[in-house]
Design a protein around this ligand. Sequence first.
Ligand code: NAP
Length: 552
Amino acid sequence: MVISDLPFTKQSQSCFCDNSVEEKQYMLTTSDLHTTKGGRRNSTLICAPIMAESVDEMLVQMRKANEAGADIVEIRLDYLKNFIPRQDLEILIKRSPLPAIVTYRPVWEGGQYDGNESKRQDALHLASEIGADYIDIELKVAHEFYNSIQLKKPGKAKIIVSSHNYQNTPSVEEIAELVARIQATGADIVKIATTALDITDSARMFQVLVHSHVPMIGLVMGEKGLISRILSPKFGGFLTFGSLEPGVVSAPGQPTIKELLDLYNFREIASDTKVHGVIGNPVSHSKSPHLYNAAFKSVGFDGIYLPLLVDSVEDFLTTYSSPDFVGYSYTTPHKEAGLNCSDEVDPIAKIIGAINCMIKRPTDGKLIGYNFDYIGAIAAIEEGLRALNRTANISGSPLAGKLLVVMGAGGAGKSLAYGGKEKGARVVVANRTLAKAKELASKVGGKAITLAELENFHPEDGMVLVNTTSVGMKPRCHATPIPKKALKHYSLVFDAIYSPKETRLLREAQESGVAVVYGTEMLINQGFEQFEKFTGLPAPKQLMRDVLARNT
Ligand code: NAP
């Protein structure tokens, strides 16, 4: 499924849907929506799941949800121990500071309740009678519920009819058919949650969401479905879930309310917002979303930047080929795949054999690959060497003539080896897989050794060591690519890893009296270049430095 033909703009959305994003807003009972400084540009609600074992604890969570900026809460009755329906619902519904969805999820739909079904439905009827804004009922029993509701005292609640698929995400046709079945029950709001096996699964949900004639919650669960939760407003979703705390979620993959509001500028996402992101695997450690989202906001650029957990670069680019998906950073292990998927490649990136940035050219939609990695890293290393040799009067690069040992032969390794050669260094490539070290060394006229050989590698003193392997990166911070005792032969050590900032390698280098340069320098310098490519505007350098300092 390709989403190049989706109606992404507001104008075209209203051509395809009876209920455009704006129209859908009138259907909400939420009257006091929070607004951000930049102004709210969408009507998608942030819903905080309230999951606690006691009513008191639920009230505390509701207050926190309100303070955090949620619009609505979902009271999960199935989490309550010793639930006394009338008494507890009176308290929860009447004291909720926000509009409430009441959900009593049974085990057979992924919830906690495994008691009597008619008692469960009775509690939901009661919630409606007491004044809940929304009731969530599962598709499997929706007809039964609707039949019985005719006999009970009507409440004001709107009915969300929900369907959860914990295995996969079906085809567009199947999701659309499910929407029709849910609509046929008389639902006020359709809710479909599926499971992401691949990042491209969210595209099918977007396609259905954007065409939906009824208010719809369409979310794809799991880490690979994160994009469906954050971009929900772009496609007119009724709500997205935001947890109160990281990891305390009612379904896998939920971001926190704070992340939605502060990191992803959720209120400012509109149907024409341009989508950017970092393509990698793993990618959740990346600081780039912090960096670019803050920078976009500071200059008023209508863009969002996401972590994109991608298995196949080609599948991702083919699926998200719409003109609104416009720019990507590339990280491990996709820098070479990114180059292979580029329509045109910057000459430097071609020599290095990897890209770290890709832009969709607005005029013809062609994908252009760049490599900015080496610029930032080499400049930072040169600066470090100059600081070491303050008394020496060096003209030209202080790397000229130095022995530069590059650990790693992946994307970053290629950038550093190429950059070092350009500056006149003699390059040695040390890699776990010797064949890759040999291939890179031959390109830069250098020598190849294995990583293990570095322990006793000491042809001269004053060498420069750079780590471009992922050894020592979070969460395996205890690891290091080279024994500490070998570090004393180097004058300076640079580690491309920036998460954590202080790696074990850099800590041991300092303990050995060796100068160090942090990976954050490489990140920030290439970040300036990427920002300028994404936006066409000068990078807000101080702001980007401050954001990075706060997040490393
Ligand atoms: P990549 O293309 O996947 O290359 C990974 C390299 O790490 C390969 O040389 C690989 O060796 C080696 N490696 C992986 N696991 C290893 C292990 N257990 N033992 C020994 N060697 C191992 O990745 P990349 O894009 O070059 O990125 C590498 C690192 O640099 C990452 O930590 C990334 O975050 C960091 N980086 C930082 C910046 C920045 O701005 N500061 C920019 C780019 C990258 P084999 O060939 O044997 O598999």
